[in-house]
Write a protein that binds this ligand. Structure first.
Ligand code: CUA
Length: 358
């Protein structure tokens, strides 16, 4: 064995690697992190965060013990010029029992809080929980409020302090609902209802997104949970349960937009009303319900601010904004919003009309 090599000092390159690694790990800790799980705003979030920290500290303990023994061994038994070869240890029963039992005990310490956390967050919702049906679509989220009888999209409004039960299903492929500060992610499957139950304890806007690859715009399947005060929530519900502005109150341009919206095109799947519902005007269910789309802060599955300019770009060429829009699905259907070939005049009118849908 080459004893000179064993005694070698770390090279200059080695020190550089350590230095760059330290800088990288420190700079990686700069915020903001809107989707952090370390600042939970619900009991579910706290359970997950608490469990993570418990396991983290067990990990630290094991790391310190193992590395400590390793370092002591390295120093104490390092090669010396005239040392004898070390004596191997065979069949040490006490040692073998110890290193079998120690991990078993550690795993028991981790298993108990883990199982407790699973039971707690999987408990049935209370009788007065707010039930919301969440439907995943390629690539946007639909929210149905059976208690109030309306349907919304992309932005999930809930009242602070009231338990909510999200009942998750998919209209197509597998998605996964994840609003990290409110609770753990959960798969969203067609033909099955999964559930997330939580109670938000802070008012605010909390971001989330689909967490299961679901096609070319998976990364653009965002969501926002708006945790409102009870009075803001009541106000929002009152708005959502009201109808759109009456047709006779529309300006000429807005009326023209309504006409564009109702036009049956060729093929019929290129008509706005084939997919989008607006109370009293159409009942399409393939795309987001637009009855109150102007009251949302974002469009296009949450990737664009709801501005006139963005709306225009979206209507002009959806696939340019969000990849995969209008592509053919596996069963011959169309995924997302196709480019229906609107003229600039039609876009102007449609934008004016859509902005009345408050
Ligand atoms: Cu839906 Cu990824």
């Amino acid at each position: 064995m080459n004893r000179d090599r064993l005694r070698g000092r770390p090279s200059r390159t080695g020190w550089w690697v350590v230095f760059v690694g330290l800088i990288a790990s420190v700079t990686a800790c700069q915020g903001p992190f809107p989707q952090t799980t370390f600042e939970p705003v619900s009991r579910f979030g706290e359970i997950a965060d608490g469990l993570f920290m418990t396991i983290f500290w067990f990990g630290v303990l094991v790391f310190v013990l193992v590395e400590g023994v390793l370092i002591v061994t390295l120093i104490r038994f390092r090669a010396k010029p005239d040392a004898e070869d070390p004596k191997p240890v065979y069949g040490h029963t006490a040692l073998e029992i110890t290193w079998t039992m120690a991990p078993a005990i550690i795993i028991a310490f981790i298993a108990v809080p883990t199982i407790r956390a699973i039971w707690e967050e999987a408990a049935d919702p209370g009788a007065d929980a707010l039930r919301i049906e969440v439907v995943g679509h390629q690539w946007w989220w639909e929210y149905r409020y059976p208690e109030y009888g309306f349907i919304s999209a992309t932005e999930l409004h809930i009242p602070v302090g009231r338990q909510v039960s999200l009942e998750l299903t998919s209209a197509d492929v597998i998605h996964s609902f994840w609003a990290p500060r409110l609770g753990g992610k959960r798969d969203v499957l067609a033909g099955r209802t999964n559930r997330i139950v939580f109670t938000a304890d802070s008012v605010g806007e909390f971001l989330g997104q689909c967490a299961e690859f679901c096609g070319s715009s998976h990364a653009n399947m965002r969501l926002k949970v708006m945790v409102d005060t009870q009075s803001d929530f009541d106000e929002w519900v009152a708005l959502q349960t009201s109808g759109p502005a009456p047709a006779d109150s529309l300006t000429e341009l807005q009326s023209r937009g309504l006409e564009v919206f109702r036009t049956i095109r060729t093929p019929a799947s290129n008509s706005c009303i084939a997919c989008h519902a607006v109370t009293g005007i159409s009942g399409g269910i393939l795309g987001p319900n637009l009855t109150h789309m102007a009251s949302r802060t974002t469009i296009a599955g949450g990737i664009l601010a709801n501005t006139e300019e963005n709306l225009r770009a979206w209507l002009r060429d959806p696939a340019a904004v969000k990849p995969g829009q209008g592509s053919e699905g596996p069963n011959g259907g169309i995924i997302g919003m196709p480019n229906v070939g609107l003229t600039e005049e039609e876009i102007d009118a449609l934008v004016a009309y859509l902005q009345t849908l408050r």
